[in-house]
Every structure is written in structure tokens, then in C-alpha cells.
Design a protein around this ligand. Structure first.
Ligand code: ATP
Length: 306
């Protein structure tokens, strides 16, 4: 086909791809196994300037309207703070993130960003302020540069390269057959999980959102790549309000607030030192970690020894 015959065709192609991808925006955020059924309210407003102040106010949620998955969760994050969710499998960590990205609407209470109930703002403007990096990164058919530019369509080449460098992606990209012009996606070069993750990070660097949603869950990468990814994520989250499903104890230790979830409820909260002092579940898990890594439940296992 004549996909990239002229620069203009190329631009419209990217826009088409964008529109298509937006139609299934759940894939962009990678978290979703189910299509978002959430729609803009009739009178939804644009969320323009955002500081990154996020409040969960007595939030309840049930996927199918019966079984409660999130039960009366309240907390607040100030601009730039990091909140880490820990807890056993099925505790509701991913669900907490999905609610902020508005993949689903709360069934009780509300979530506010800079004082706005997120059900009252447009999805597009909400998501422009919330960056997501997780295990599954959606790549569309197009060049690797197009895929990074998904974070900001008008970004010049130089900005794309800078973003890739910040994401530790520049070196692998320049080693591909056509560098930044290499086709990826379903009909292009297959990237590894770690490479896709770095493309996702580059997108978010370009997007420059005030709020970052991070699912640290494992992808099969070697220790060195893991280390590179983590250090770029650390700098990415530095000045942004960050919500992380933490799989590394270093993330948990550095968080302003740790929320320990069990069966959809917050059973402990505080920073690392406070929770250790309290001597509850978190402290138990921490002391176990020191002696016996394998006995840890998922979500507490240190994967990188940096
Ligand atoms: P993990 O550490 O295993 O990823 P988690 O703490 O992130 O777990 P969630 O994925 O948020 O937990 O799941 C919380 C509960 O909601 C679980 O009981 C899960 O089975 C249920 N659940 C998750 N996704 C859906 C869905 N799409 N439809 C119905 N129930 C779901």
C-alpha cells in the first residue's frame, strides 16, 4: 500500500491510527482486559491546568455490581507525592489504578483530580494529564518514532530522541535496521517486553503528565535492563503525583504513603518507617523478606538488587 507515500499521508496515517487507538483507548493504557464502558458526561468539562492533587473519597467499586472489590477507600495525594499500593494478589491494586484512569466508574464515593470529580471532566483531557506505564504496551503499526510521538503528536524529531534517551531506549532503537524509522506493531519488527516498556516510558516523557500511574509488575527482562528501566521510572516519577503498584521494595521504601490493601480495604497506611513501627502485616512481610524471599506473597518480592 501507499501508506507513507508523502509526509502528508504519513501525518494523516498517524492521525487515523490515533483515532483507531483512541477508540480502544483501553489498550493504550495497557491495563484493560475489558473495553471501557465509561463515556463523557453530557456536560463534561475540559480539565486543563492540573497540579496533580488527587483524592479518593470513600470509594467503593464492584465490577459486576455485586461483589465489592474496593471497599470505602479514602486517601489524598498532594502534587508530586508517591503512593504505593501493596498487598496480596486480588487485593484490588490494579482496580485502584483503573478507577483513576476512568476505565471504570466508582460505584460509591468519588475520585477528584484538583478538586474535580473525574466523572465530570472529559476522558481525553483526564487522560492527557495521566501517564501510564505498565507491563503491556500497545504499539500500533507505524514507525517507532510514531509510536513514541503518541505521547505528543506535534513533538519534533529532536524531542522524540531526547525522550527515548531519557527512557533508555535510544541505544536499542538506533541498533534496529532503520533506527527511529523502523516499522513496529503487528506488521513490523517485534519488540521484546523490555523494549516495549521503554517505548511506553518515552511516550510518557514526551507527554509530560502531572500524574503517573505505574504498574511495576514483572516483565521478562535481564537485570541490567531492569535496572535501566527502573532508574528512568524513578526520575519520571520524581516531580509527578505517582500511583504505583510496587513490586520492588525500593519503590515502597521511597513512597510518601504506602497503602496496604487486603480484600479491597486499606488495612494499613503510612510510610515505610511508620508501618515497620506499627508491627502489622507490612512489618511481618518486611521481616520475612529479610530472611526468605520465596515465602513472600506477590507484590513484596524484591526483583532488583541495585
Ligand atoms: P494482582 O496482584 O494479582 O494483580 P490486584 O491486587 O491487582 O491483584 P485486582 O486485579 O484489582 O487485584 O483484582 C481485585 C479483585 O477484582 C479480584 O477479586 C479480581 O478477581 C477481581 N477482578 C479483577 N478484574 C476483574 C474484572 N475485569 N471483572 C471482574 N472481576 C475482576
Amino acid at each position: 500500500s501507499q501508506r507513507f507515500a508523502t509526509p502528508l499521508a504519513e501525518v494523516s496515517n498517524i492521525i487515523d491510527q490515533y483515532e483507531n487507538a483512541k477508540a480502544s483507548s483501553e489498550r493504550v493504557f495497557g491495563l484493560m482486559d475489558i473495553p471501557a464502558e465509561v463515556r463523557d458526561a453530557e456536560d463534561a468539562v475540559e480539565l486543563d491546568e492540573v497540579e496533580g492533587d488527587v483524592v479518593y473519597d470513600e470509594v467503593d467499586f464492584a465490577y459486576d455490581g455485586s461483589e465489592t472489590v474496593i471497599d470505602d477507600v479514602s486517601f489524598a495525594a498532594e502534587p508530586g507525592e508517591t503512593v504505593a499500593f501493596v498487598g496480596p494478589t486480588g487485593a484490588g491494586k490494579s482496580t485502584m489504578l483503573k478507577l483513576l484512569l476512568r476505565m471504570y466508574d466508582v460505584t460509591g464515593g468519588e475520585i477528584r483530580v484538583d478538586g474535580h470529580d473525574i466523572r465530570e471532566v472529559t476522558m481525553e483531557s483526564l487522560r492527557s494529564h495521566v501517564g501510564y506505564v505498565g507491563q503491556e504496551t500497545f504499539l500500533f503499526d507505524g514507525t517507532i518514532a510514531d509510536n513514541i510521538r503518541y505521547g505528543r503528536f506535534d513533538a519534533p524529531d529532536e524531542a522524540v530522541r531526547e525522550a527515548a534517551k531519557a527512557a533508555e531506549a535510544h541505544d536499542f532503537i538506533t541498533s534496529l535496521p532503520d533506527g527511529y524509522d523502523t516499522r513496529v506493531g503487528e506488521r513490523g519488527v517485534k519488540l521484546s517486553g523490555g523494549q516495549r516498556q521503554r517505548v511506553a516510558i518515552a511516550r510518557v516523557v514526551l507527554q509530560d503528565p502531572e500524574i503517573l500511574v505505574l504498574d511495576e509488575a514483572t516483565s521478562a527482562v535481564d537485570t541490567e535492563t531492569e535496572y535501566l528501566i527502573q532508574s528512568s521510572l524513578d526520575s519520571l516519577s520524581e516531580d509527578r503525583t505517582t500511583f504505583a503498584i510496587a513490586h520492588r521494595l525500593s519503590t515502597v521504601k521511597g513512597a510518601d504513603t504506602i497503602l496496604v490493601l487486603e480484600d479491597g480495604e486499606v488495612i494499613e497506611r503510612g510510610d515505610h518507617a511508620t508501618l515497620l513501627e506499627e508491627g502489622g502485616l507490612y512489618a511481618d512481610l518486611w521481616s520475612v523478606q529479610a530472611g526468605d524471599l520465596d515465602s513472600l506473597p506477590e507484590g513484596f518480592r524484591e526483583r532488583v538488587v541495585a
